[in-house]
Write a protein that binds this ligand. Structure first.
Ligand code: GLA
Length: 509
């Protein structure tokens, strides 16, 4: 019965071995049977707007939830742990004590609802359809992704957004009757294509599980895949999204270049400033993700125009690897932008592509099991966590195997990503052979990633003086969730080829 949720799910997942792909070694012990509350400790919401939050909590179900100090406008379902209602009108911090109990034990922790103008106080987490379903996405596949987010346990670790990417609208001129047709209603309202019979019902389905619903459009006349964009209908489309129940918008530059008012900074900012302003006036909280591949140094102004995250690079799925797989190159570029991330505004190096994923160069091909080695996958997730990157899985939800889930769902690794201080790790050392990223955490500890970029195992070290730390440190291996001991000056250990050692350091005594 122990870990039933994890294993029950892994059983109905297709065996990875059937394709010749091999699952790697699982480093992380399964979560305890007693309840453990995960996810962010701070949560931004705007006054009086709809509020929805499913408490991420591992442990054997049934779990009974309760809360002290909950604002009266928000109700908690004790069985599902879903908080629902409206955010308080009073601006400022509303600390709530979340409690969870089952037959194995009980736990509680403080969850601060911060009512103000800032959303995404910690990096958004969820799933996005792009790298798996491309232009094949349907209402049914979105519902299944939401189902799996719950059934696999991902939601218990903090994953909450279920996001459609491109290709839900009409594709003007497409002969396929499922995709073609009039792009808008006579009054100008955007029309989903026939694969999405009722967007509001889809949103309602996702919300019924306590999860959130994200959507995608472009400020240009057409999206990247040639579907209908928002150009000339920005306000109308944003209001439609709010009416449907959208919680997240990815706004992808694409064909906007053809209609942009120029090539100066103001022109790069214009579409995002427009949409950012519109969303800020809506009576619904919608997190805005700027997707324009890092043009005009978006990290310097993404927040000011209303963005909560901004892609810093081109598409990860299109990135050519060299000696190292593409995610290292994207990750390195993103890592250097560490000073620009913080609560409410995050550098976005694109999605987590592991497990079964499609090929962005040949989108008609069926998903294949990742060719990244297990060590490379641990490095990928470690880098994204240290960089306080939005954590969006974009692989096939219906075929999640135990190894992929293990990489995606380590509570101590995710805690580094979701830390309330909201700092992105700084590159301490960077060379052909190694990368060291270090991130200060709210409790005064540090998370450090020692990445071996070389072709053979290598002993890597973190000297505490590099972090200006005085005295002995208690060191914990976050992937193995194991204390390594107390060390006076330095911690060092062998790190496998393309692998990582992810540790957390606390002052000892
Ligand atoms: C661009 C974006 C991708 C994806 C596609 C959809 O390439 O960068 O993330 O949204 O468009 O067409």
């Amino acid at each position: 019965m122990r870990f039933a949720r994890f294993f029950a799910f892994a059983l109905f997942a297709a065996p990875a071995a059937s394709s010749g792909a091999a699952e790697g070694p699982i480093l992380t012990p399964p979560p305890p049977l007693s309840p453990k509350i995960n996810g962010p400790r701070v949560y931004g919401a705007r006054p009086g707007r709809p509020f929805l939050y499913r408490i991420p909590c591992t442990g054997e179900r049934p779990i009974r939830f309760s809360a002290d100090g909950l604002p009266p406008s928000i109700a908690l379902d004790p069985e599902t742990g879903i908080l629902r209602g409206t955010a308080p009108e009073r601006r400022g911090e509303h600390p709530v004590t979340l409690k969870a109990r089952n037959r194995h034990g009980a736990t509680q922790r403080i969850f601060k609802i911060v009512v103000g103008d800032t959303l995404a106080l910690t990096p958004p987490m969820g799933w996005n359809h792009w790298y798996t379903h491309y232009n094949r996405i349907t209402d049914q596949l979105m519902r299944e992704a939401a189902d799996v987010m719950i059934a696999s346990g991902m939601a218990d670790f903090g994953y909450q957004y279920v996001n459609i990417d491109d290709c839900w609208m009409v594709k003007p001129g497409d002969p396929n009757p499922e995709l073609g047709g009039p792009p808008r209603e006579p009054d100008g309202a955007i029309r989903p294509n026939r694969r999405f019979p009722d967007m509001a019902a889809l949103a309602e389905y996702i919300h019924s599980k306590g999860l959130k619903f994200g959507i995608y459009t472009s400020p240009g006349p057409l999206t990247c895949a040639g579907f209908t964009g928002a150009y000339g209908h920005e306000e109308q489309d944003a209001k439609t999204f709010a009416r449907w129940g959208v919680d997240f918008l990815k706004y992808d530059w694409c064909s906007y270049g053809k209609v942009a008012p120029g090539k100066d900074l103001a022109a790069y900012q214009a579409p995002y400033r427009l949409m950012g302003g519109i969303l800020a006036r809506l009576d619904r909280d919608i997190v805005l993700n700027l997707c324009q591949y890092g043009m005009a140094e978006v990290w310097k102004w993404g927040r000011e125009v209303g963005g909560h995250s901004w892609r810093t690079t081109g598409d990860l799925g299109l990135e050519k690897g060299d000696r190292l797989p593409g995610f290292y190159r994207i990750g390195l570029r993103n890592a250097r932008l560490w000073e620009h991330a913080g609560p409410g505004g995050w550098n976005d190096p694109d999605y987590i592509l592991i497990g079964w994923v499609g090929n962005a160069h040949r989108i008609d091909d069926p998903p294949q099991y990742t060719t990244l080695t297990p060590d490379e996958q641990y490095s990928y997730m470690s880098m994204w966590s240290l960089m306080a990157a939005p954590l969006f899985y974009s692989g096939l939800m219906s075929k999640l195997d135990a190894f992929t889930l293990n990489v995606l769902c380590n509570a101590e690794v995710i805690e580094v990503n979701q830390d309330s201080l909201g700092r992105q790790a700084r590159p301490l050392r960077e060379s052909e052979e190694e990368l060291v990223l270090a991130k200060p955490l709210e409790d005064g500890s540090w998370a450090v990633g020692l990445f071996n970029l070389s072709e053979q195992e290598r002993t890597m070290a973190i000297e505490f003086a590099e972090l200006k730390l005085k005295g002995r440190q208690r060191v914990r291996d976050l992937w193995r969730q194991r204390d390594l001991g107390v060390f006076p000056r330095v911690y060092q250990a062998p790190v496998p080829r393309h692998g990582v050692l992810l540790v957390r350091l606390w002052p000892a005594g």
